[in-house]
Each structure stands twice: as structure tokens, then as C-alpha cells.
Design a protein around this ligand. Structure first.
Ligand SMILES: Cc1cc2nc3c(=O)[nH]c(=O)nc-3n(C[C@H](O)[C@H](O)[C@H](O)COP(=O)(O)O)c2cc1C
Length: 732
């Protein structure tokens, strides 16, 4: 509930201030350059050197007849207003404090920055504009705070705020990953801007300046450059010094330091009065410095990056909102009319979208369907079928609209028994794959009034629509529902690349058939071992992805297991030499050979060896050990030549193979890993990398093994190495 409130506030505030925020941010990002431009002017005091007020006054006094004011700005540029009988000598200009010489005239404010400043402050709408900008700034503060709250929730708590985020290439990832670093400066910008607006409209409580009246111990008159206070005050401590107007003793020197104003007797140099600035004024000065970046190139750059990031957040936030709206729920039937209830658990809308597609198709097929979120589970009077589609977040936790479901399932009395199907959406990148769907499934199993088919739960990786579609069609036909689902989800069209077959080698043993396909393309350089190529056979909609390796001459290499009824493996198997085939190259940066790892272990079973065959040809100084589980010595022959060559050339440091269908001491690649557990432990503790490619079953049992090895050798947890990308996988 709180999460929802937080999210809607974040969204509502952004929508209501969108236009002003956009304009103020664009102008603000340009304005961040003004302090940098100013700071780069050559009028400053040399770093590390400083001058006392008395030395400066002496220098000026030697050159000019009268001094009116001295000012030190945020860049430590010294301005003096002086008078001289000599006509060319007087005026207001920048001076060199070491000799009192004029350095340059004070340039007028650049018209470009002047224009931007006015636009930024009031959007040229005068006072109403200033009010709008002030409110927008306050909204930005609230948006940043609610955003921070949502990011903390997404990360699983404040302590985990800066822990690793798995890059699922989604726009949400960018939104959160960037937000973690830039929300703090954005909050500073927003708070300081709000404070300045409040100050401008006198909305701050008026705190009186505290004045100290000093009793004078009338001393002898001194030349003013001999005053002790001028001798003891350096230029870096002051903002301004005003000289007395007249020789009247009631006219004082007025010295503005950073935190107080001091009045000084013009004859004796005694302090007549000290006025401490009120806290509100001190905060206003700090807010101005923080909001404008004046005096600091570093802070100006931070302001510039933060302003640009606000533009990006507006963009990414709009896309996220659009994705969520696209999947907002509406129903034709009421919950107590429907026979089919679809409940979804979805954080970012992908799961909801599948629920919606299914709902619409079922309504078209004449069914009474009700779609809702898992949190709204209740008693359904006419229910026959309950379809639960849910994603998983964090450490196997429910998405935000599903957290109440398990308790409700236990506590709400079922008035009509029903069948329940559980579909989980998740990602293999997370150790607890589809965990929440699994939890629901096991809780539903315990219920007497719920019939859960044994085929459950269906677990889907990376929102694979085809898998979902196939399940839905099978389920519908088992209930004699004539369901029609779209062949594909509307997505961006990816570019196809043409590949030419240049060699093909098959190995048929009594157990299965695998083949090695060598391809070439004009875009060879674009493909890096570990990337994927997606092929869609003619008359098919389902794309099948293959990990690519490379031969020593740079040609592409696919290793494919032919399934007797596999559409894509047979399609590829039927390709002839010189035939062209279209495919889509998919970048898979997370599965590239690491460049900075001290040691690398490659673990594969079956056709999972393909990307590794490319990697062992890549130039790398790191010792690479390859562990492979295959069926027979015959199937090994397909790649043996290439592996032997890499061993000879020292590209490959070690090669270990296990045969599952031969009389061999090691039948599975897992046996080899167990044998070499010490190597694995040393590799992990020294920052090395383990790459796994092949079947999910093999990957999971390697995970279990590695978990045991980590415990036995007192290393960090498996999650730790997964999080640090010391263990990376590409499994199917
Ligand atoms: C922060 C975050 C945490 C995730 N945690 C898991 C997880 O623990 N297990 C899992 O299988 N998938 C996990 N996923 C993947 C999502 O469940 C998956 O992308 C799902 O399709 C998202 O569906 P939705 O858009 O409907 O929320 C996570 C995704 C994100 C962004």
C-alpha cells in the first residue's frame, strides 16, 4: 500500500511539473557552465598565496588617492573601486593584490548567460513565473525523495542501497542505477533552489541579526593600514571592505566577513560593533553557492551532469509509465460473474501484459474472464479456473502488487473449488529463478479445494512469449476453448544479417546427433564469441538463439544438437554449403571473455562448447582452463583439432573432458569440477572468473558444487561471486 502511494506520488508530481521541470533543467544545465567560464578567467589570487588586508590597502594606497571599496568574489578575484586625480587611474576593476595594479576591467555579464538566468528564474513570466519555478523546484525535491524511497525498496533496504544491481538491459535498470548516484546531488539542487525561492518571497522566518556593541577604550589615531584588525585579516576571509565616506568619526569602515559584519573606527581602528549574520542568511548564501556552482569547477560539473540526468529521468520515467499504462487492467465481467480468474503479480508491467492478452483472447472466445492483481485475491462465486501469472523480485520476493497474496490464500475461505495454474516469469540471471511462482505453487498444492495439475508450475525465462503462448493454447484446448492468441508480441523490429554456410560436419552416435556449422558474413567483425544469433525458420514465428564461437580464421561456428522433431535444428541441418541464411545478431556483453581476470575456467556440456571455441582464439594473456562434458569420443572429434591447436599454441592452458557414454573415470563435467575443487577455490579467492555454458541442469548442479566448495574453503557465498560477475553463465 505504502509502495503504491509512494509510486503514485512520484508519478503524479513528475506529471504535474513536467513542462516547467523540462525547461528549468535545460536552462540549468547550460547555466552550470557559467561558473566554469568565470573561474577560468585569469584574475584570481595565486593558489596557496594570500595577502593581508593591511598589505593590500598599503599597495592600493601607494597607487591611488582614495579607496572606496574592496571586494573578494567566490573565485577569489579582487575588485577594487578607487579614485585617483590621474584620469586614467580611477574606477572599478580587477586588481593584482600583490602590487595593487589593475589587471582588467570588469566585463559585463555575458548576454547568453543573462538570458538563460532570467529564463531559468522566471521563464520570462515575471513574478508568477518565479512562483511556478519555486513550486517546481519543491516538487523536484519531493520527486527525488519518493524516487529514493522506491529505489531503496527495489534494492531490498537501505543497507543494500549500493549493492550490485543485475543489469537486465531494461530502462528500469538505467533509471535506478543512475538514480543511486545522482539522486543526492539532485536533492541538493532542489532543496537549495526551494530555499532561494522562499528567501526571495520572504517566506523564511525573520531571525534578527545579533549585534555586539563594543565599548571604546579611546586610543591614539593610527594610519588605517596599520590597524591591527587589517593586519590580522587575510583576503580569503573577507567579502567586502567599505571605506568611510567622510572624515566624520561617526562614519566607519564596514568590513564584511563570511559570517559577520564589523564596524571599525576610522581613526583608532577599534571595533565599534560586530553583527553576526542570522542563520537564514548563512543558509541562503550556502544555497546560492550549491545551486549555482559558483567558485567551484568540480561542483559545476556535478550540477551539469545532474541536470542532464534529470532530462534522462524524465525520458526513462515516461517510458516506464507508458509500459505500465499499456498494461493497466480493465474488465468486461465482474469478479463474481467470471468463471476464469486471471491474477497477475507484476512490478514493471510485462507480466500484466501477458495477463491482458490472455484475458482479451478469452473474452473473444466467449468466456467470462476477470483480470486482477494477486493482492486483490478474494472469494469468487463462479470460478472454475484460476490462472496465476507472476514475476519474482529481489531475493525470490513477490512483486509489489502480490505481497499479500499468500496470506490471503491461506485465510480466505474457498466457496467453490477450482483448478489453479501457476506461471512464473523470471530470469536465469538471478539465483532464485521464479522463486515466488514456486512458493505459490507449493502453497496451492496444500489446499484441499484447489486442484493443481502436475504439469505446474510453468517457469519462463526473459518473458519468452512463445513459451507462454504454447502453454496457453495447450491449456485452452484441454478445456475445449477455441483460443486465438497473437503470433508475436508487438516489439521493435531487429535488423537481419545474411550468413553463408561454408562448412558443415555431422556426428551421429547411438545416442544423438550433433553438427557443427561454419558460417561467414560481411559483419564478421561485429560478432564476438559469446554473442547470440537468432534464427527463425520459414513459416515459423519462434526464434531460436544459438551461442556463437569463432574458428581461428575468424569464421563463425555454431554447435547444434539435432532434435528429431526440433524445427530450428532441422532447419539448420538442412542448409547446404554456400546457401545463405538470415539471422539476427544479439549482443551478449555479459558473456564475453573477461580482459582483466587473473585466471579463467570455462565449463560447458554438449553444444555449450561453441562460444568457448571462439574465446580460446581470442588474444588473452590469462591462463584458460576448459572443462567439457560430452557423450562420446566421436562427438569430441568435431572440435578436437581446434582444441589441440589452441593447446599447442598455449592459447589454452589445460583441457579436461568427461564422457557420459564411454567407459571413463569421469562421466560428467561436474565430476571434473569436484576433482579440481581446489583449483576452483583458488581461482575464486584470487578474483578469477568461471564461465558456464550449456544446459540449465548442468549449471544448477555446478552451482550446488561451487556452493559446497565455497563453504569448505571458507570463501564468500556463491551469490557474492555471481554478483561480482566472477561466475557468469549462458545456459538454456
Ligand atoms: C530488481 C529485479 C530483481 C529481480 N529478481 C528476480 C529473482 O529473484 N528471480 C527471478 O527469477 N527473476 C528476477 N527478476 C526478473 C523479473 O522477474 C523478470 O524480468 C520479469 O519478467 C519481470 O516482470 P514484470 O515486468 O511483470 O515485473 C528480477 C528483476 C529485477 C529488475
Amino acid at each position: 500500500m505504502l509502495n503504491k502511494l509512494w509510486r503514485y506520488s512520484h508519478l503524479g508530481l513528475t506529471v504535474s511539473s513536467f513542462l516547467f521541470l523540462l525547461l528549468a533543467t535545460i536552462t540549468g544545465s547550460f547555466l552550470a557552465f557559467e561558473p566554469i567560464y568565470d573561474k577560468l578567467q585569469p584574475y584570481h589570487i595565486n593558489e596557496g598565496e594570500d595577502v593581508t588586508l593591511s598589505e593590500l590597502i598599503t599597495n592600493l594606497h601607494n597607487q591611488y588617492d582614495e579607496i572606496l571599496t574592496i571586494q573578494v568574489d567566490k573565485n577569489y578575484f579582487i575588485k577594487a573601486s578607487v579614485f585617483s586625480m590621474d584620469e586614467a587611474g580611477g574606477g572599478e576593476f580587477y586588481i593584482n593584490p600583490f602590487n595593487g595594479n589593475k589587471i582588467a576591467d570588469i566585463p559585463p555579464k555575458k548576454p547568453f548567460f543573462e538570458f538563460l538566468t532570467n529564463f531559468h528564474r522566471s521563464l520570462f513570466l515575471k513574478t508568477p513565473g518565479r512562483v511556478f519555478v519555486g513550486i517546481t523546484c519543491f516538487f523536484l525535491f519531493l520527486i527525488a525523495i519518493t524516487g529514493l524511497g522506491l529505489a531503496i525498496k527495489r534494492q531490498g533496504g537501505l543497507l543494500k542501497f549500493y549493492s550490485k544491481i543485475i543489469n537486465d538491459k531494461s530502462i528500469q535498470y538505467n533509471h535506478v542505477a543512475l538514480g543511486r548516484f545522482l539522486l543526492i546531488p539532485i536533492i541538493v539542487i532542489a532543496l537549495s533552489g526551494t530555499y532561494l525561492s522562499m528567501d526571495r518571497f520572504s517566506l523564511l522566518p525573520t531571525v534578527k541579526e545579533i549585534a555586539h556593541q563594543h565599548t571604546l577604550a579611546t586610543k591614539d589615531a593610527l594610519p588605517f593600514f596599520e590597524f591591527p584588525i587589517f593586519k590580522n585579516t587575510s583576503l580569503k576571509d573577507i567579502q567586502k571592505l567599505e571605506f568611510p565616506f567622510s572624515t566624520d568619526e561617526e562614519d566607519f569602515f564596514v568590513l564584511n566577513l563570511h559570517d559577520k559584519e564589523i564596524k571599525i573606527h576610522q581613526k583608532t581602528g577599534e571595533v565599534v560593533e560586530t553583527i553576526n549574520y542570522p542563520i537564514t542568511k548563512m543558509i541562503a548564501i550556502l544555497s546560492f553557492d550549491l545551486h549555482t556552482g559558483v567558485g567551484s569547477i568540480f561542483w559545476s560539473v556535478v550540477l551539469f551532469i545532474s541536470s542532464l540526468s534529470i532530462l534522462y529521468f524524465l525520458y526513462s520515467g515516461s517510458i516506464i509509465t507508458f509500459q505500465r499504462l499499456r498494461s493497466s487492467i480493465s474488465n468486461t465481467f465482474k469478479f463474481n460473474q467470471a468463471t476464469i480468474i486471471i491474477l497477475v503479480g507484476s512490478e514493471n508491467g510485462n507480466t500484466k501484459r501477458l495477463g491482458k492478452i490472455l484475458q482479451q483472447s478469452l473474452v473473444k472466445a466467449g468466456k467470462k474472464v476477470f483480470l486482477d492483481t494477486l493482492n486483490n485475491y478474494r472469494q469468487y462465486e463462479n470460478i472454475d479456473q484460476l490462472l496465476i501469472i507472476t514475476s519474482t523480485y529481489g531475493q525470490g520476493e513477490p512483486p509489489s502488487n502480490a505481497g499479500l497474496f499468500l496470506n490471503k490464500l491461506q485465510s480466505i475461505k474457498i466457496i467453490k473449488p477450482f483448478s489453479c495454474h501457476v506461471i512464473g516469469l523470471g530470469s536465469y540471471s538471478y539465483p532464485l529463478f521464479c522463486e515466488f511462482a514456486k512458493k505459490i505453487y507449493s502453497k496451492a498444492l496444500l489446499h484441499n479445494d484447489i486442484n493443481v495439475p502436475s504439469s505446474n508450475p510453468l517457469l519462463i525465462h526473459n518473458q519468452n512469449y512463445q513459451q507462454f503462448r504454447k502453454w496457453a493454447l495447450d491449456w485452452a484446448s484441454s478445456l475445449k476453448i477455441n483460443l486465438e492468441l497473437p503470433m508475436e508480441l508487438a516489439t521493435k523490429k531487429e535488423k537481419e544479417t545474411s550468413f553463408k554456410v561454408i562448412a558443415k560436419q555431422n556426428v551421429i552416435d547411438p545416442y544423438d546427433e550433433t553438427f557443427r556449422l561454419t558460417l561467414t558474413t560481411k559483419k564478421l567483425k561485429k560478432v564476438i564469441p559469446g554473442d547470440l544469433i537468432g534464427f527463425t525458420p520459414f513459416d515459423e514465428t519462434q526464434e531460436r538463439l544459438y551461442s556463437v564461437g569463432k574458428c581461428s580464421n575468424g569464421d563463425l561456428l555454431l554447435s547444434v544438437k539435432r532434435h528429431p522433431s526440433g524445427v530450428c535444428s532441422n532447419f539448420l541441418n538442412e542448409l547446404k554449403i554456400d546457401q545463405e541464411v538470415k539471422g539476427k545478431i544479439k549482443k551478449n556483453e555479459d558473456f564475453y571473455l573477461p580482459t582483466k581476470s587473473p585466471q579463467i575456467v570455462l565449463i560447458a556440456n554438449g553444444t555449450g562448447i561453441a562460444p568457448f571455441l571462439g574465446m580460446i582464439h581470442q588474444k588473452s594473456q590469462t591462463p584458460i582452463r576448459l572443462y567439457w562434458g560430452t557423450r562420446t569420443k566421436k562427438s569430441e572429434e568435431l572440435y578436437k583439432h581446434q582444441i589441440d591447436k589452441s593447446l599447442q599454441k598455449n592459447r589454452l592452458y589445460q583441457y579436461h573432458v568427461a564422457y557420459s557414454k564411454e567407459d571413463s573415470p569421469y562421466n560428467y563435467v561436474q565430476d571434473l569440477i569436484l576433482r579440481d575443487e581446489k583449483t576452483m577455490a583458488t581461482l575464486l579467492s584470487s578474483g578469477g572468473t568461471i564461465m558456464i555454458c550449456g544446459s540449465i541442469i548442468m549449471r544448477d548442479s555446478i552451482y550446488t558444487l561451487l556452493e559446497k566448495i565455497c563453504k569448505k574453503y571458507s570463501l564468500q557465498s556463491l551469490e557474492f561471486y555471481l554478483g561480482k560477475k566472477q561466475i557468469v553463465t549462458d545456459c538454456y
